[in-house]
Design a protein around this ligand. Structure first.
Ligand code: DCP
Ligand code: MG
Length: 369
């Protein structure tokens, strides 16, 4: 299908939480700043300023490790309300230029500006203007990527961080994708990358060479999609309103595990990530689902609902642990664990609900796949 060439901009703020902290505390500017959980409890890093990244500190790393790598860093707790207000400011800027804005997180969005520009050159000028507006109104820097599809626009914005502006034209796409390492392809995590590497696949050129059929054999539907990305084909539209149905995190383990305590530690991490995302989005959810995939690939889910909902990891964990201990029998090893909160509603409603209901009122709902 021959489609009209689009102009897509992807914008992503630089070291978002840390930059906001440096903006609001001038004494931290130019210094390593780490925002997230405290290193003396078992917190994780939400993000690190570029100064701290030079020490090897990055998002999702245990704060204790970050402290070891960079003891001189300033450690700060997250201030979601402030970040959410900044997010609203930048989203308002985006909406001045197109209605087709698809937010991916607080600091990141796709814009389809096809109707506002003639060609990618003008889209680059527009991206520059948007960066300028962001700096003027928020005192923060953003990086922008411009291309004819979402996948390439997103990769482009990551090319010259911080404060970058990168365009990948139709003509440049093919050479660019051929040289691109597989980890950079959309949807390729550690596990998929390791799998592809065993087949000798390192780059986009290798993906193309392997071919669509073979990739489909190895990775299913996702393999076919990956092949098309490697060929520079990505027709996914920019979708302005995404009605989010759930917030979930899951992990495929490097090695299957049998030890219940180890599983509980993983669930704790996942629940904490889900909590952070829910707080970021200002949401809570009625139903909590535990997902377990056994080493033989059988999948099992257990869902529990309660009227006052779930938002904090501390409230999810007792439920997850008790579901887990009912499921595991010591015979089967576990390959994947996941935690999802669905049936979402706004945080304000959640806070109201918590003031009136008692947490012991569980309504139970079990499902099995
Ligand atoms: N975040 C988080 N936990 C993660 C990843 C991110 O809490 N594992 C939060 C903190 C980040 C914000 O989301 O500031 C935006 O995420 P990005 O991936 O865009 O990272 P940054 O904006 O911090 O840095 P970059 O300059 O690489 O975009
Ligand atoms: Mg960012």
């Amino acid at each position: 299908m021959q489609e009209q060439k689009r102009a897509i901009i992807h914008i992503d703020l630089d070291a978002f939480y840390a930059s906001v902290e440096q903006r609001d505390h001038p004494e931290y500017r130019g210094k390593p700043v780490i925002v997230g959980g405290s290193p003396d409890r078992r917190g994780v890093v939400a993000t690190a300023s570029y100064e701290a990244r030079q020490f090897g500190v990055h998002s999702a790393m245990p704060s204790r490790t970050a402290f070891r790598l960079c003891p001189s860093a300033v450690f700060l707790p997250v201030r979601f309300e402030v970040y959410r207000a900044v997010s609203q400011q930048i989203m308002a800027i985006f909406h001045q230029h197109t209605v087709l804005v698809e937010p991916l997180s607080l600091d990141e969005a796709f814009l389809d500006v096809t109707e506002s520009v003639h060609g990618l050159d003008e889209a680059v000028q527009l991206a520059r203007e948007i960066k300028r507006q962001i700096r003027e109104q928020t005192e923060l820097t953003a990086s922008a990527g411009v291309s004819y599809c979402k996948f390439l626009a997103k990769i482009a914005s990551d090319r010259n961080k911080p404060d970058g502006l990168t365009v990948i034209t139709t003509q440049e796409a093919s050479a660019f994708l051929e040289a691109l390492p597989i980890e950079k392809f959309f949807g390729v995590g550690k596990v998929t990358a390791a799998r592809l590497r065993t087949l000798g696949i390192q780059t986009g050129a290798d993906l193309k060479r392997l071919g669509e059929l073979r990739l489909r054999e190895v990775l299913g539907k996702h393999g076919a999609q990956l092949y098309h990305y490697a060929c520079g084909e990505d027709n996914r539209p920019v979708e302005p309103v995404r009605v989010r149905k759930s917030v979930g995190k899951e992990v495929t383990l490097e090695h299957d595990i049998r030890d219940q305590e180890q599983m509980e530690r993983i669930l704790e991490k996942l629940a904490t990530q889900v909590e952070h995302r829910l707080i970021e989005l200002g949401l809570a959810g009625k139903t909590l689902t535990l997902k377990v995939r056994w080493s033989n690939f059988d999948l099992l889910t257990r869902a529990i609902s309660r009227p006052q909902g779930f938002q904090q990891a501390g409230e999810m964990l007792p439920v997850l642990y008790s579901q887990l201990s009912r499921l595991i029998d010591g015979k089967q090893a576990v390959r994947l664990l996941g935690v999802t909160v669905s049936g979402l509603f706004s945080q304000e409603a959640w806070l109201r609900e918590r003031q009136v209901s008692t947490p012991s009122l569980w309504s139970k709902e079990l499902s099995q796949e």
